[in-house]
Design a protein. Structure first.
Ligand code: ATP
Ligand code: MG
Length: 265
């Protein structure tokens, strides 16, 4: 069960899809960055042992002393965990390989799906948004994200069989709602790596539009080399290529995310 909380609460959005390489991290870091640019106080939580969100912000994993692992295991006081990222209003709880052990270490621990939620409680007053970058699986780490979150944003790559993966994910989310977190909603499905020159990309978008007209986000994230280059420079899209199509798409997506959240408050 979620803890009962009083006062204004941040919106907590998990960026999830069990499929690997669909644009979860790219979406998490760029939406978090765009929210911060719009004056929102944002905490990005990296709950993937790959630590890609951490690296994408230009933070060296070798420099980390405390991570999401310590939050889940209760090794550190939550207030000490958020790192400044060098960007105004954008903090990060980083992750590294150590987090891979958490799933095993939490077996048998009480409230093991709620460790992230419980750990974030003392931090809630500091932020307007918490964005959680999930690993490509539906294991305990993702479950912790889905229990802590109010909403899920699902990046879906414009490729063959995308719809099949989405159906599977929707079933899982339904189960999480029934058994753990009844207030979890799907914020939207964002189509990523869209290449308007191929028929396949358009067909996939049309199909998702047909089956999930309310879920699909209007903004399509284009396939863009600049978007894929930015993380290796530790930069967000708007920092690396501010006028590029990728940066502009993430700015629009962020407006849409804000609008979708406001409609449901
Ligand atoms: P994982 O499941 O491994 O965590 P992910 O779902 O987080 O992956 P990303 O890391 O965001 O996916 O993206 C996978 C790869 O595709 C990365 O190399 C990333 O830079 C690249 N990429 C993401 N979005 C785009 C895009 N719109 N255009 C081009 N390349 C992209
Ligand atoms: Mg990722």
């Amino acid at each position: 069960m979620k803890q009962q909380l009083t006062g204004p609460q941040p919106r907590i959005v998990a960026i999830a899809n069990q499929k690997g390489g669909v644009g979860k991290t790219t979406t998490a870091v760029n939406v978090a960055g765009e929210l911060a640019r719009r004056g929102q106080r944002v905490l990005l939580v990296d709950i993937d042992p790959q630590g890609n969100a951490t690296t994408s912000l230009g933070i060296a994993k070798a420099s980390l002393t405390v991570t999401t692992y310590d939050l889940l295991l209760g090794n550190a006081s939550p207030e000490t965990l958020p790192l400044a990222t060098g960007r105004e209003r954008l903090d990060l709880i980083p992750a590294d390989q150590e987090l891979a052990g958490a799933a095993v270490e939490l077996v048998g621990v009480e409230r093991r799906e709620w460790r992230l939620h419980d750990g974030l409680v003392p931090l809630l007053p500091r932020y307007d948004w918490i964005i959680i970058d999930c690993p490509p699986s539906l294991g305990l780490l993702t479950l912790n994200a889905l229990c802590a979150a109010n909403a899920v944003l699902i990046p879906l790559q414009c490729e063959y069989l995308a719809l099949e993966g989405l159906a599977q994910l929707k079933t899982t989310l339904e189960r999480v709602r029934e058994s753990l977190n009844p207030t979890l909603r799907i914020l939207g499905v964002v189509m990523t790596m869209y290449d308007g020159r191929t028929n396949l990309a358009q067909q996939v978008v049309d199909e998702v539009q047909r089956y999930f007209p309310r879920l699909i986000c209007r903004t399509l994230i284009p396939r863009s080399v600049r978007l894929s280059e930015a993380p290796s420079h530790g930069r967000l899209a708007y920092e690396y290529d501010p006028h590029g199509r990728g940066a502009q798409a993430y700015a629009l997506l962020t407006e849409e995310v804000i609008g979708r959240e406001e409609r449901t408050v």
